[in-house]
Design a protein around this ligand. Sequence first.
Ligand code: UTP
Length: 524
Amino acid sequence: MGDQEAAHGAAAAGAALPPLPPGSEEGGCPPWLEALRRRLHGCGQQHALAFWGELAGPQREALARELAEADLEALRPSLHKAVAAGQPGQPGQPGQPGAALEPLPEELCGSSIASDPESLRDWEQHGLLQVAEGRVAIVLLAGGQGTRLGVPYPKGLYDVGLPSHKPLLQLQAQRILRLQRLAEERHGKRGALPWYIMTSGHTREPTLAFLREHGFLGLCEDDVRLFEQRQIPALTPDGKVILETRGRLARAPDGNGGLYRALGDSGVLADMEARGVRYVHAYCVDNVLARVGDPLFLGFCVRKGADCGAKVVEKQSPGEAVGVLCLADGRARVVEYTELGDEQARERDHSGRLRLRAGNICVHHFTLDFLKLVVREFEPQLPFHVAHKKIAHVDESGNRVEPTKPNGIKMEKFVFDVFPFAKKFVQFEVRREDEFSPLKNSDSAGVDCPSSSRRHQMALHYRWIQGAGGRIVDEQGNDAPSPAEESETPTICEISPLISYSGEGLESHVKGRTFRSPVILGDP
Ligand code: UTP
């Protein structure tokens, strides 16, 4: 492809580039290129074309397209704002002495642990009713790069080593199927339960290929829709775009808060509306225990009339690296552990528990109306946060550099930054060991890794079997140790999500029976 086609392609991608007139650059710089140069100069990014003269037509087209699509003028101001907001001592910063942070008041809190059985039954029943009526959509946040886990494919395809070797996406899809079934059994109606999967540049194709190859994991193909979040340029600390190669910018997904812009741009919100969806359950791909679409949480939020809500687990210690949900100036927000002052993190209440202990696990409830408002009005106000990362790039001579320490900044929006806009925000506490085991690192880290995910999932199933009146015994006939315990011969057990969503319906399989490890209740 020559310059002419390159320019036409770029013009198609962003109206900023008019088509290249007949002739080549040799007869002078074409007006569209001149305009691009001026634009880059105006925002201090002229180095982006440093290797232009060496690029072939398609590379020029791709680079011109990237530059046309990037909101170049906004990059530096966004970075400065994000850096300033992250500086200690900024007025109004939540962790600073004097900033009032309060736990949410009791009337806005629910719990699967401490609530009375009648309320629990009512919330679950009401949640299942919403599912049966087809009023619920599920949104999976699966656009992250998973750099800490360090595998070259999306985290959703990761197999944590359960006996079935089901990857995370399959476990989640099967929970959706089971949830639909439970709602149908309870209310006599089978509502559609659409699964919207947010991907990014590098997770989209493999995720889609996996779903196609596996028949959409048993779900109706029409009810599974991928949509893509934006990628934005990574920057040097002084706000310059970084060339990953001579003809390509280093770009990264714009954080899980990129959800809101993507929901609008992709037409997903309109699709939800057309389907009659009223409530949206959003969650992260990397929690093996995720109760996808949890009817209890849903029913609680709907009964409370909340436009937005979050599941939390009790923070284990003052230093635990988890954001806490609280009220700041009367508005719900998540305060990152790095933002929390030392004293605030240690403070205890009359019960001796941490005062700010509502650990955010990235499981959220939204009404569709609230999401529409966010997309229409609030999204541009969401702040960027900075993440210092190692960013591979080319040096001034065009040679590839793989940095050994962070050299650049990725800017990310966070999904929870919309909480302050909610009119009625609620929190719902759940047991960590039942619902939260994040997969962040490789096994060498020892925590939040494949082994811990596997152990926690099997330990939960072990408890379900015991709860339903079954026993797992060792060679001597004694109770076998829980799979949670690290051992050379760990107890193995796994229950297919198609058999049980949250421990229900197991009596007919296990009651009064004694098993030896491995205990596998596979797909029916
Ligand atoms: P993390 O913030 O833990 O990031 O994502 P990550 O990409 O999985 O892992 P690291 O930090 O590179 O090691 C939490 C959730 O948010 C999603 C992830 O897919 C995960 O479900 N996410 C993150 C997005 O959907 N988009 C993003 O841009 C970032």
